[in-house]
Write a protein that binds this ligand. Structure first.
Ligand code: PLP
Length: 410
């Protein structure tokens, strides 16, 4: 039994105080960090957990016959258990540590048994991480990619999805929340449709995991991929969740130590999941850091954080809508605090650079989602993405900075 977690009442200033980097200035201005969909900042608890492990208890994991190896192995496996609890997986064995969200998806794509003509269903709203691994299957194994369109608001049409899933469909691979539009997909409905036809579903949860609470059991999803560095954790670590029978059915990804059972000159057999997919020395310190990030987040009032992020989204959406020289892309009803927009007559890169001079960090570009850019009819957008530590007043700083950009560029 876990001790009941006492949640800290939501207070954005108290949250900010946990993130040392938020105190700094850039170009002589207070930092307004609105690039959270690319990577989030880290609370002191994460920094300290990783530094503390290096100072106090560090060795390689597994097979250890000395105290430090055993302590580190415990810390690593405790991190796995914490991830399982965090996304409501039934057991830690369903959690594979990877080097990021990208690798988690690649493990699934690489592991499926594909013959020419097999079909992969994906949406035009995917991150390249959930596109290119499937292109590999198209190029190398003759798989066919079947693309699900979105409407102008960034919502998907479940009837259209249903029509795309056929007898040759091997998997439906779809985002849980768009990194460009913030649109959330109706995951449980998608899973229901696919399962009715016996087709497994991979959800890309790289964005959704930080903005809402995820229950892989309730979703019924077969595979779920997410990443540490967008969840206030370190880089270099991600997670692949899989149902036991789905993980067992995947061919191994990388070969090396730890993922094997027996190695002989003419024969090799493999370890059980999750270790089968963790060749070589795993991201030990990063797993410890991810555990600290999960503990930190679990100690907050997440419902209040979600409400705060909705307030940020609404304040930003309303303010941007008032600017007749700004076009906001994708206003799906179920949308998180990620806003992509275009400024009339200005290149998004120029906008981002002028904002940077005012201390406001946003991203501009194709956001690793070129098929979505093509669907929107643009080559790039500017994107402001919020986190739990953003103040409502930071929206006003963003808007003021945009006025300045407009003056300089218009
Ligand atoms: C960031 C992101 C990825 C890739 O995750 P990495 O950990 O950076 O490899 C995949 N999908 C989405 C939706 C993302 O936002």
């Amino acid at each position: 039994m876990n001790a009941p977690i006492i949640k800290r009442p939501f207070d954005v200033e108290a949250i900010r105080a946990d993130f040392p980097i938020l105190a700094r200035q850039v170009h002589g201005r207070p930092l307004v960090y609105l690039d959270n969909a690319a990577s989030a900042q880290k609370p002191e608890a994460v920094i300290e957990a990783m530094a503390g492990a290096m100072r106090g208890a560090y060795a390689n994991v597994h097979r250890g016959l000395h105290a430090l190896a055993n302590e580190t192995t415990d810390a690593f496996e405790n991190a796995r258990a914490s991830v399982a609890r965090f996304i409501c997986a039934a057991t830690p064995e369903q959690i594979v540590f990877t080097k990021g969200g990208t690798q988690a998806i690649n493990i699934v794509a690489n592991g499926l048994d594909i013959v020419p003509g097999d079909e992969i269903v994906l949406s035009v709203m995917e991150h390249h991480s959930n596109i290119v691994p499937w292109h590999f299957l198209r190029e190398r194994k003759g798989a066919v990619l079947r693309w699900l369109d979105i409407d102008d608001d960034g919502a998907i049409d479940l009837n259209a999805l249903d029509a795309l899933i056929g007898p040759r469909t091997k998997i439906v691979a779809i985002t849980h929340m768009s990194n460009v539009l913030g649109a959330k997909t109706a995951a449980a409905d998608i899973v229901r449709l696919a399962h009715a036809k016996g087709v497994p579903v991979l959800l890309d949860g790289c964005q959704s995991t930080v903005h809402g609470r995820v229950d892989v059991g309730a979703l019924g999803v077969d595979y779920f991929a997410f990443t540490g560095h967008k969840l206030y954790g370190p880089t270099g670590i991600g997670v692949l969740y899989g149902k036991p029978e789905r993980l067992s059915a995947l061919a191994p990804f990388e070969g090396g130590g730890e993922m094997i059972d027996v190695v002989e000159r003419e024969r090799v057999t493999y370890n059980e999941p999750p270790h089968r997919f963790e060749a070589g020395t795993p991201p030990i310190l990063e797993a410890i850091g991810l555990h600290a990030a999960i503990d930190w987040l679990s100690g907050q009032d997440r419902a209040a954080i979600e409400a705060h992020e909705r307030a940020l989204r609404d304040r930003a959406s309303e303010a941007l809508a008032e600017l007749n020289w700004v076009k906001l892309h994708g206003c799906a009803p179920d949308k998180g605090a990620i806003l992509s927009f275009s400024v009339d007559g200005a290149h998004p890169h120029d906008v981002a650079q002028i904002l940077d001079r005012q201390g406001v960090a946003i991203r501009a570009g194709h956001h690793c989602a070129q098929p979505l850019m093509q669907r929107l009819g643009v080559t790039a957008t500017a994107r402001a993405s919020f986190a739990c530590y953003n103040r409502l007043e930071e929206v006003d700083v963003l808007i003021e900075a945009l006025h300045k950009a407009r003056k300089l560029l218009g």
